[in-house]
Design a protein around this ligand. Sequence first.
Ligand SMILES: Cc1cc2nc3c(=O)[nH]c(=O)nc-3n(C[C@H](O)[C@H](O)[C@H](O)COP(=O)(O)OP(=O)(O)OC[C@H]3O[C@@H](n4cnc5c(N)ncnc54)[C@H](O)[C@@H]3O)c2cc1C
Length: 353
Amino acid sequence: MISLQENISLSNYTTIRTGGPARWFITCKTEASILEALAYASSNKLKVLTLGAGSNLLVSDQGFDGLVIQVALDHISFKDSGLVVAGGGVNWDHFVKATCLHGLTGIESMSGIPGNVGATPVQNVGAYGQEVCETIVQVNAINIKDFSKRIFSAKECAFAYRNSRFKTSDKDLWLITEVTFQLNESSLPNPQYDELLKSLASDPLWSTGDRFQKIMTLREHVLKIRSSKGMVLNHSDSDTYSLGSFFMNPIVSTSEKVRIFQLAADKGLPRQPTAHSAGDNLWKLSAAWLIENSGIKKGDMIQSARVSTKHVLALTNPSNACTSDILALAAHIKKSVHNMFAVELIQEPVFVD
Ligand SMILES: Cc1cc2nc3c(=O)[nH]c(=O)nc-3n(C[C@H](O)[C@H](O)[C@H](O)COP(=O)(O)OP(=O)(O)OC[C@H]3O[C@@H](n4cnc5c(N)ncnc54)[C@H](O)[C@@H]3O)c2cc1C
């Protein structure tokens, strides 16, 4: 028999510490309790919100008039040949650390990303050149409407840059209970980003260490770089009271990239945005560069919401901001980038009302 809590403030369950109350709330540690909670929601015609660690959720100040199910399935199982299965409620960084300690590669560059395993397929989490879609082999889920179970292959998840079917066509339809990853037992870590490579170059363990030492060294360097940007959760650092990157890096065509580069030159800007290839004739531009060069500075505030003092892509709640303050700051940034570069920034976190 499940027991629901009533009127629970979601500001206690989001890393940005904003959001009104959930009408009903339950933490589920078993699939049986998830099924019971879904049946309750269905018979009482309640909307359902699946909650992980709230690190990508911007909840309206009015709250959520339905049932929030916090997924707390927390098993990890190491199979043969680098196959690892993790419950949807396992803390992502604990999982990454465990796989590194087992000498497995494939997700080490995503060390320090907040949140739980079950949310990683939703927006195809990624950092420093790795994305979960490269290692996920299957996603087990329960249908929120008819309670059926389904196993999705990676292909069926329709992964894309910070996107998947779980964020688009099937938004709020599936509750992810378990994810299976195919990691590698023999390959060396293969870091991609200049900043990370530069940091590793100064560490003798990276050049002389054995394979295991290289994996652990890379993880330490990722955590160090992320912490310097406020991208690892830390109670004593209000720059981490955020949702990580608030905007996605815009994907533009080659002609659009040329237009923006020319605009930067015409405006006498010292540099151009970093551009990484994102497929045929497509480029991923740095949203941080666009924001910085639109006149937004680290630490800028609107009402009680603040741009992180470490990274312009993170919007933060230093003390008593509410969601409407965060939205006002986001709107100001979007407008500034649009006025300067005619580029539409897209919000990364999921908005809940
Ligand atoms: C400081 C900071 C740094 C960050 N850095 C990165 C980064 O480098 N790269 C990156 O990609 N992201 C980053 N993020 C964003 C965030 O960590 C990821 O999106 C993470 O996967 C969210 O996990 P969560 O458990 O907190 O999900 P939540 O915020 O609880 O939920 C996010 C979405 O997933 C859904 N969801 C959650 N759990 C499940 C489930 N079990 N089944 C189905 N749907 C579910 C929710 O309904 C919601 O739509 C960062 C966030 C912060 C705060």
